[in-house]
Design a protein around this ligand. Structure first.
Ligand code: DBS
Ligand code: DBH
Length: 196
């Protein structure tokens, strides 16, 4: 098939744009800038968390208002890993996404079980801060096609959190080089998030 010069131009521009997008992602912070919750207590972190805030180098506040709240439940296993289930409203159904978090190096840090089955090169999780019964801040980093993505979630034991906790979250993610444009506070919905 012969491409017109115009079509070739469009294709070149398209691939140039995706290149720029990738290199435009704010840089992933050094792990030394991400605190780890001291004396992490795996038993107490278990159970359901509402995703009250999410920020990251691939997240945009343009999604604010459309990004729906979902929940993630942590279930500790005998081998000290978690089975982690997220329940997300998709196409009017409650989609359950299940994966395993395996402890890595220190309590409160994990990697994903069966990494390769998700097409991931690397995955790292660190619980930054939690009081176990109200809120948690968790750092996630993934590498896909040699591109690093990171996100920080603000979890609540309830579907909302005090403004001060949201403000602390915002200040923390900004200290990592993100801006208000990289932060989303998911909208509360009634479907799926109150299910067991
Ligand atoms: O699980 C993740 C860890 C993750 O989904 C992202 C970063 C760290 C992320 O940036 N995800 C976005 C891009 O793939 C997304 O739109 O979900
Ligand atoms: O699909 C995902 O990658 C995903 C969905 C919900 C995810 O990584 C997550 C929650 O942490």
């Amino acid at each position: 098939m012969a491409l017109s010069p115009m079509m070739t131009g469009v294709i070149l521009l398209g691939s140039l744009r995706s290149q720029l997008r990738k290199s435009d992602l704010p840089i992933v912070p050094r792990l030394s800038n991400i605190p780890l919750q001291m004396n992490f207590i795996a038993e107490q972190f278990q159970g359901k968390w509402y995703v009250v805030g999410v920020a990251g180098n691939a997240f945009t506040s343009e999604e604010q208002g459309r990004f729906k709240m979902y929940t993630t439940a942590y279930d500790l296993q005998k081998d000290n890993s978690y089975i982690v289930t997220s329940t997300i409203l998709r196409d009017n159904l409650c989609d359950r996404f299940v994966r395993t978090f395996v402890q890595k190096d220190r309590p409160g840090q994990f990697t994903l079980g069966n990494l390769k089955s998700y097409g991931l090169q690397d995955y790292f999780i660190r619980v930054v801060k939690t009081d176990y019964n109200n809120y948690a801040v968790v750092y996630f980093k993934k590498t896909v096609n040699n591109v690093d993505y990171f996100k920080i979630t603000l979890y609540g034991r309830r579907d909302n959190l005090q403004p001060e906790l949201k403000k602390d979250f915002t200040n923390f993610v900004k200290s990592l080089g993100l801006t208000d444009e990289n932060i989303v506070f998911p909208v509360k919905i009634n479907k799926c998030i109150y299910e067991a």
